[in-house]
Design a protein around this ligand. Structure first.
Ligand SMILES: Cc1cc2nc3c(=O)[nH]c(=O)nc-3n(C[C@H](O)[C@H](O)[C@H](O)COP(=O)(O)OP(=O)(O)OC[C@H]3O[C@@H](n4cnc5c(N)ncnc54)[C@H](O)[C@@H]3O)c2cc1C
Length: 449
């Protein structure tokens, strides 16, 4: 073996880090990497998940761009695994494949009324405000009061974007249609509900603190949620993050409120019970108060409450999607694997097939975690030479011929650079860093110009 022809499906951080680590790794053979993504632009959830008002995190794109610009990786955007290219195709052209397809769907929340009009998944809303080409361009922002279910960073992102005054989003890369939608929103109250206590949250201190800095938005928390038990006190004493989170809450509880035109309410010990509807539309949200069970969890108290809302967003986690011909764990929404080596139903290693990132480990963790993930997977790719496929057509031109013969309008690195420059020009003309191009056909047209 003198050359490893490797396909990576998914050009999010996991796929790009995997390519980078492999290229830089000491090895006795050459490597040629083709990176496929269903979207015409790379970077996955860094471009289409991280909130537009988090420019520092969005800046990770610069490091990912350096990897793509290193000249050793070809990218094929607008190519969907499962329709435009199949497992048989990959076996014909490559020695191995790494799936880095992430998780883009909302996890389900099985309560009555969750399918009413006005009840949404956070992932869809995030895709909308981040200008994802595959969601409708209009988002119905007609609610004055909104419930957000969940106590992770995504719930806080959704709550913040809903509550923030749109003028304060102007300097960001937010698309025009999103800005217009948010400007027309009549929202005054956003209620965030978590099943557990304030010392059992999943969000990070930085994301929480940011809520308290929103202009003309009051932060409202409730004293009844802050009667800490021994477990909560011990958690504050032993966990630095919780120590900071507790401090933030303490400051908010001492603040004067009542002057702001918008309010963000945090409700803890509140278990979702039902989305209430009238004529098929959301009119309220019913929840049960919980209390600590003494063992780190919570139990219902039997006390039910209701709040009037006209929209509900569930932010209870993301979930991976199955890929044609590849084993899938329906329960956890991941590709079953051992340290990145894909396993079949009998737990045997599937030769030549690897996984990394959120589709390997589940949708938890920050962008940085996908790097350590990729290291582990790449180690197995390097050591798994005996299981690599023997492609009939390893020639680098053959895969281009295949895509062309199928009429796939793929975009390449040059195309991405064109689109990137175009978006930056759109932004510069309006004193902003970038304005995203949203429609897929327009992205493809600009890329393939
Ligand atoms: C709303 C939200 C906000 C976040 N904010 C932060 C933050 O502020 N800071 C932070 O560190 N982390 C943040 N994260 C986490 C971070 O986005 C993830 O850790 C990271 O993106 C996971 O990387 P990945 O490459 O595994 O998946 P992804 O980023 O999802 O990339 C997967 C790629 O695979 C492609 N793909 C999927 N299916 C196919 C297919 N069939 N064919 C071809 N291509 C396919 C997708 O188009 C996508 O480009 C956030 C996540 C979310 C959901």
């Amino acid at each position: 073996m003198t050359k490893l022809r490797l396909a990576i499906v998914g050009a999010g951080p996991a796929g790009i880090y995997a390519a980078d680590i492999l290229l830089k790794h000491e090895r006795s053979f050459e490597v040629s990497i083709d990176l496929f993504d269903q979207l015409p632009a790379p970077y996955g959830l860094v471009r289409y998940g991280v909130a537009p008002d988090h420019p520092r995190i969005k800046g990770i794109i610069n490091a990912l761009r350096d990897v793509l610009d290193s000249g050793d990786i070809r990218i094929f955007g607008n190519v969907r695994y499962g329709t435009d290219i199949t497992l048989d195709d990959l076996k014909r052209h490559y020695n191995a494949v790494i799936f880095a397809t992430g998780a883009v769907r909302d996890a389900a929340l099985d309560i009555p009324g969750i399918d009413l009009e006005g009840s949404y998944g956070a992932a869809d809303f995030v895709s909308w405000y981040d200008g994802h080409p595959d969601v409708p361009r209009e988002w119905p922002l007609d609610a004055q009061s909104v419930a957000v279910i969940g106590n992770g960073n995504v719930a806080l992102d959704v709550a913040r974007v809903l509550a923030k005054h749109p003028e304060d989003l102007l300097p960001t890369e937010i698309p025009d249609n999103v800005l217009a939608g948010l400007e027309a929103s009549p929202v005054t109250d956003v209620h965030v509900f978590g099943r557990r206590g304030p010392m059992q949250v999943k969000f990070t201190p930085l994301e929480l603190r940011e809520l308290g800095e929103l202009r003309d938005v009051d932060m409202l928390v409730h004293d009844e949620d802050f009667e800490y038990d021994d477990a909560a006190r011990a958690a504050i004493a032993s966990n630095k993050q919780l120590f900071v989170i507790d401090k933030v809450f303490t400051q908010w509880r001492a603040r004067e409120t009542g002057q702001a035109s918008r309010r963000l309410h945090l409700h803890f010990y509140s278990k979702p019970v039902e989305v209430l509807g009238e004529d098929g539309r959301v009119v309220g949200f019913r929840y049960e108060r919980t209390r600590p069970d003494g063992a780190g969890g919570v139990v219902g108290t039997g006390e039910f409450r209701e709040v009037e809302v006209q929209a509900v967003y569930r932010a209870v986690g993301y979930f991976g999607s199955p890929l044609d011909g590849i084993p899938f764990d329906e329960r956890h929404g991941v590709i079953p694997n051992h340290e990145g080596r894909v396993l079949d139903d009998d737990n045997a290693v599937v030769p030549g097939v690897y996984a990394t990132g959120w589709i390997k480990r589940g949708p938890v963790g920050l962008i940085g975690h996908t790097k350590s993930d990729a290291m582990e997977t790449i180690q197995h790719v390097l050591n798994g030479q005996a299981g690599w496929w023997s492609p009939a057509e390893p020639d680098e031109a053959a895969v281009i011929d295949l895509l062309r013969s199928r009429g796939v309008l793929y975009t390449d690195l040059e195309g991405w650079r064109r689109l990137d420059a175009h978006e930056q020009e759109l932004g510069a003309a309006r004193g902003r860093d970038r304005i995203k191009v949203v429609p897929r056909d327009e992205m493809v047209r600009i890329s393939r110009d």
